[in-house]
Design a protein around this ligand. Structure first.
Ligand code: SAH
Length: 371
């Protein structure tokens, strides 16, 4: 059947949306760097452009361009935009009567998550996702696909930077801090939901080790919400070195491929998606040994927080976020986000007998895994 003119033009617009999609990423990055979500919050959640400008440190030469950034981000749902009564006299700095109507920009449910200082703030995550090291790796993707290496070869990140993200974090202190802060902010966000929605996961657990637990944000939140759980964190030396002492959480520097300390429960949040199936089996085997030693016979468990791609309960947005994260994992580590069947295979190979998936954390699920 012939394509109608409307369909053709719709398809063209779709292509432009996608080919210029990187500008959405960088506009979001710019808004966070300029402190726009915090500025709108200070203005009571919404502000006219002149009011917004008066609170931002923007060079004079760039002030006329802020409206363009705000307009684009409002179309994408990052901010709200409400046309102000056109009969009202224009505020200083806004167009005179007869020019474009003035607009009040406000925080949307999306940008509320970027406001700092009140609960979880995901701005550090956004800055990591659009960090120069990640963007430079993404520029290599077309070449990466075309190049035939030995075996599976190296991921696009290593092709761009000559080392893995963990290698880079080991000596580039700025990148290390960016990653740890970003993961910490994701954990703060998740922890509030886990504590509220998944409390029963920690019933009967007396000790928990958060393997690859980063700066201890999740472990600290669990220790605070469930005082009967003694929490510790295992992570690489360059991560543990940057952590300030906590009363409620113990920190250990080490390699989870070598040793996982004994505990009733092992938590792996956003860790396994960084590894191949083969490495996941190795990590989970170490975790199974840790709970075999740490818990009463058969009472231990491993708790995984990661994506389970393709659950029928997920929205199109969640699916899109998951497949984008999957591409990111491929680019960074040649690892992946997994569907349930893939998880199941890994769990059985690592010697576990059964598991329970609760797809209640948006893009992520909480999986309990039993020996
Ligand atoms: N669980 C944290 C951090 C996830 S990022 C959170 O969700 O916020 C993955 C973590 O795994 C990083 O902190 C990284 O340093 C850690 N990691 C990577 N390789 C490791 C290894 N071999 N042993 C222990 N931790 C490791």
């Amino acid at each position: 059947m012939a394509t109608s003119r409307a369909e053709l033009l719709q398809a063209e617009a779709e292509l432009v949306r996608h080919s210029l999609g990187y500008l959405k990423s960088m506009a979001l990055h710019s808004a966070v760097k300029l402190g726009i979500p915090d500025a709108l919050h200070r203005c009571g959640g919404a502000a006219s452009l002149p009011d917004l400008l008066s609170t931002l440190a923007l060079p004079c030469s760039k002030r006329p361009y802020l409206s363009r950034l705000m307009k684009m981000l409002a179309v994408e749902g990052i901010f709200t935009a409400v046309a102000v009564d056109v009969d009202a006299p224009p505020a200083a700095g806004e167009g005179a009567a007869g020019t474009a109507p003035s607009v009040r920009y406000g925080l949307s449910p999306v940008s509320r998550l970027l406001v700092s200082g009140s609960g979880a703030c995901l701005s550090p995550c956004m800055l990591m996702g659009t960090s120069p090291l990640f963007l430079e790796a993404s520029l290599r993707l077309p070449q990466w696909f075309q190049r035939d290496g030995d075996g599976e070869g190296e991921p696009a990140f290593a092709m761009a930077h000559g080392e893995s993200p963990y290698g880079a974090a080991g000596h580039d202190m700025e990148f290390n801090a960016l990653v740890n802060e970003a993961m910490g902010s994701d954990s703060q966000f998740m922890a509030e939901l886990v504590v509220r929605e998944c409390g029963e996961v920690f019933t009967g657990v007396t000790s928990l080790v958060d393997v690859g637990g980063g700066n201890g944000t999740m472990a600290t939140a669990i220790a605070k919400a469930f005082p009967h759980v003694r929490c510790s964190v295992l992570d690489l030396p360059h991560v543990i070195q940057g952590v300030s002492a906590h009363e409620s959480v113990e920190f250990a520097a080490g390699d989870m491929m070598e040793y996982v300390p004994p505990a009733d429960a092992v938590l792996l949040k956003c860790v396994l998606h960084n590894w191949s199936d083969e490495d996941c089996v190795k990590i989970l085997t170490k975790c199974r040994e840790a709970i075999a030693q740490g818990a009463k016979a058969g009472a231990g468990k491993v708790v995984i927080i990661d994506a389970v791609v393709g659950s029928p309960t997920h929205s199109q947005q969640v699916l899109e976020a998951q497949v984008l994260m999957d591409m990111q994992m491929m680019m960074l580590f040649m690892s992946k986000e997994r569907e349930e069947l893939n998880w199941q295979k890994i769990f059985m190979e690592a010697g576990f007998s059964h598991y329970k998936i609760q797809p209640i954390l948006g893009m992520r699920s909480i999986i309990e895994l039993y020996p």
